[in-house]
Ligand binder design. Sequence first.
Ligand code: FMN
Length: 503
Amino acid sequence: MSIDSLPEFITAIERIGELVRVRQPVRTHLEMAEIADRVMKLPGGGPALLFERPVQEDGRESEIPVAINLFGSLRRICLAFGVDRLDEVGERIGELVNLKVPEGLMAKLSMLPRLAEAAKYPPRVRSGKAPCQEIVWRGDDIDLDRIPFLQTWPGDGGRYITLPMVITRDPGRGTRNVGMYRVQVLGKNQLAMHWQRHKSGAAHWRAMAERRETMPVVIALGGDPTAIYSGSAPLPPGIDEFLFAGFIRRTPVDLVRAMSCDLDVPAEAEIVIEGYIDPSEPLVMEGPFGDHTGFYSLADLYPRVHVTVVTMKRNPVYPATLVGRPPMEDFWLGHATERIFLPLLKLTVPEIVDYHMPAVGIFHNLVFISIDKQYPGQAFKVMHAMWGQGLMALSKVLVIVDKEVDVQNPDEVWWTALNYIDPKRDIEFARGPADVLDHASANFTFGSKMGIDATRKWPEEGFTREWPERIVMDDATKRRVDEMWTSLGIGIHPRSPAGGRIP
Ligand SMILES: Cc1cc2nc3c(=O)[nH]c(=O)nc-3n(C[C@H](O)[C@H](O)[C@H](O)COP(=O)(O)O)c2cc1C
């Protein structure tokens, strides 16, 4: 059964024993973040937290509880998606994109259910009043200070909304975009929108500015967990995140028309902030913000959002996350994306066997890729193909290894790569767009990239020396040692492999 709302997700998390209710008052100013940081650093990602008595900056207790780290473990991400393994979603996508029209009428007919599956989940727009519109603030009633937004790090420019679905529309094509972009609270009815220049929301804004039109924007908080996740997924522009969420959960996302503009919002959102951006207005200073790099991102100019209406459920829960030095909750959101997008990557770069973005690499800094190498120079082809794929264009260091290397195990990748490379021969430098958060690139959002070809080298690649074999004990000896192990009195883990899986 699908999980349709944030409270249902929280109940499901509680049922599997991964929720801690914090019943004592905790301040939204730094204290919640410090608690969440310690929890997120626990092995496996720590429990989800529900702060039932948030204390706001003016000392008042808020009636709106704060949920944090809801997505922060493999088990909870799987729970959110209704799967046992994250790869299940990717496999379903793989089946869809690999559909081949078979010979014969009966075989063709047997394809229909699978094709129908793809068309089954477009979002549905409800009529009438939705749960997210039980309470409505308009005009002077709008007061964002009554919502327990967090300040997460001491040097931050203020309070931020950190786990939103930012909904906009492409003025040309009319398609919707949902993006997870942090939003700074500037006052009772003013926000600053931090969509980075490479993201779809920013593209819509540039298009609206060109037309000199006011841009409606909605910030929805909460909803079913796949809808929340979908805002962070790097879908190609024009593909609706809510359709994608419906596909993941096998049930359409229910939407309702916003009250002050013609954008649709998840009917089960907890809180909805509707507003507009006037592209003719000067930009505002956004930041600094303690970011997922583990460093503060510097203050910069971003568009101001004027809030027109705030709606919410009668008893809403405010969902938040904390970013900072990894690992944090966002690792798990990114990990879900990594797994789901593997079959799509393979469509255009078919030699890819697997890939992994380890937590320390914060997604854009480091990507490990294993390939089925069939010809000389293939690792270089793969590097450039990756730098040509959507947001992969921003990845700074790529390490390409052969198919037998387990890229999910960073120790194994580095051990192999460092043994296999001759740096001068195997390192490729390229130039291209850099992540907005890369503070080291030679220029803002433009810098260099490094690809490391850590595959075994072929004669055509200039390698003619003998290549040594990996050291592996023979099976007969292993069996004999297994049999004698308990009598040796050494203890546990008779067959544990060296190194473990770490994110
Ligand atoms: C917790 C979290 C916070 C994020 N904050 C931002 C942000 O402030 N600005 C931004 O441009 N991207 C941010 N991202 C990344 C985007 O959500 C991500 O790149 C997404 O694919 C963008 O969607 P789009 O391609 O529809 O623009 C964040 C991601 C996560 C998981």
